[in-house]
Ligand binder design. Structure first.
Ligand SMILES: *Cc1c(COP(=O)(O)O)cnc(C)c1O
Length: 386
């Protein structure tokens, strides 16, 4: 059996090596390292793939979030609501811009931001909501957009884990995640569903004025060379990364299908096993609860382990040569940097429980049946002791 990796970037590279290598060499030979034609081409191709008017490439997914918030003109003291159960980048940039992060609980079934908790947290100072399409499943965008409209709030989608996922609204319209809110951010970090070979990110929007503002912000606030109209940043996607992304974008749907396929096999093997809850989510395509559906791109395949020792399982898997992850082990509202006296523990019952129950199994485009079989059998053998 091939060695099991949490993310098998090497195996994936070997299959696209020729294409990637020649694209990278081409950039080196043309020496258009920054803002070269590759970046522009990639931007156009991603706009077409997503069905969004504007993609603005930038240096990484954290910058993308920050720049989106700068572009919207959010001011110190404005409150921004986001999920307590996510990667820290989301709350970090809110705090960095001196906005006030308002962390709220998540849904126990699909791990995404809890709509009722959003409603309860709205104050006259609330200016924006940042839903995260966690682990590759869209947040409840119909409800979130309705709340935003009612209270005149911006919606910034953190699509770092959801690129390529579909969201079908109640009225049947199907849209890619990251094209539904006012603006969205994504990350091309190597392990993301569309990853480059270094750091990269992008901002998406359908708003022409906002896109214009953001194009200046990523480039030192310049709209005309050496005229600095607003305070900006230097955040660029380099041409070599764009070349890698151009080689991989045509494969994104195939990659996401491979992830779903692996997820389906995991879930079939775990069906009916006590103490294991397989990932479920509200499937907005079929309007039912389903285990594995097209609207999930499985950035992570995350189980809940109940009535058993999750940490002992982690150790057991590691001993058997199976990497795994706990995303996330500490709720953001309990992190030293983001504690706030406004938070009450009873408002975070779901995150406080999830941190003890979740375990993410290896998930990537190269998993084979033998590996999945070994992983599922090892998990089941361990869990059956309880
Ligand atoms: C990866 C990630 C980010 C940050 O992206 P970087 O490119 O690493 O800066 C932000 N939000 C979420 C949910 C992520 O998973």
């Amino acid at each position: 059996m091939k060695k099991i990796e949490m993310v098998d970037l090497k195996g994936q590279y070997q299959k696209i090596k020729e294409r990637v290598d020649s694209s990278i060499l081409n950039v080196i030979e043309t020496t258009a390292f920054v803002n070269g034609p590759e970046v522009h081409q990639f931007q156009k191709e991603l706009e077409t793939y997503l069905g969004v008017k504007h993609v603005i490439p930038c240096a990484n997914g954290t910058d993308a979030l920050q720049i989106a918030m700068m572009g919207l003109g959010l001011k110190p003291g404005d409150e921004v609501i986001t999920a307590d159960f996510t990667f820290a980048a989301t709350v970090e940039v809110i705090a960095l811009l001196q906005l006030t992060p308002v962390l709220v609980d998540v849904d126990p079934v699909n791990f995404n931001i809890d709509v009722e908790a959003i409603k309860k947290s709205i104050t006259p100072k609330t200016k924006a909501i940042v839903p995260v399409h966690l682990f590759g499943l869209a947040a409840n965008m119909d409800e979130i957009m309705a709340i935003a409209e009612e209270h005149n709030l911006y919606v910034i989608e953190d699509n770092a884990q959801g690129i390529g996922a579909d969201y079908t609204s109640k009225d049947g319209t199907k849209m890619k995640t990251g094209t539904i809110g006012h603006v969205a951010s994504t990350s091309f970090f190597p392990s993301k569903n569309l990853g480059c070979y270094g750091d990269g990110g992008a901002i998406f929007t359908n708003d022409d004025d906002l896109a214009h503002t953001i194009r200046g912000i990523v480039n030192h606030g310049m709209y005309v060379r050496y005229h600095h109209d607003v305070v900006g940043v230097n955040s660029r996607l380099d041409s070599i990364q764009a070349a890698v992304l151009r080689a991989k974008l045509p494969l994104l749907d195939e990659y996401n299908a491979a992830r779903r396929n692996a997820a389906r096999k995991y879930s079939e093997a775990f069906a009916g096993v006590k103490n294991i809850v397989t990932p479920t989510g509200f499937c907005n395509n079929t309007q039912t609860i389903c285990d594995v559906c097209d609207c999930h791109v499985f950035h992570q395949y995350t189980l809940k382990i109940i009535n058993a020792d999750r940490d002992a399982l982690v150790n057991h898997l590691n001993e058997k040569g199976i990497p795994c992850g706990v995303y996330y082990p500490i709720p953001l509202h309990l992190q030293k940097a983001y504690r706030d006296e406004r938070y009450k523990e009873e408002d975070f019952t779901v995150t406080n429980q999830l941190i003890n129950e979740v375990i993410s199994l290896p998930m990537h485009t190269e998993l084979d049946d033998e590996q999945i079989d070994f992983i599922t059998k090892t998990v089941i053998n361990f869990i059956e002791k309880y």
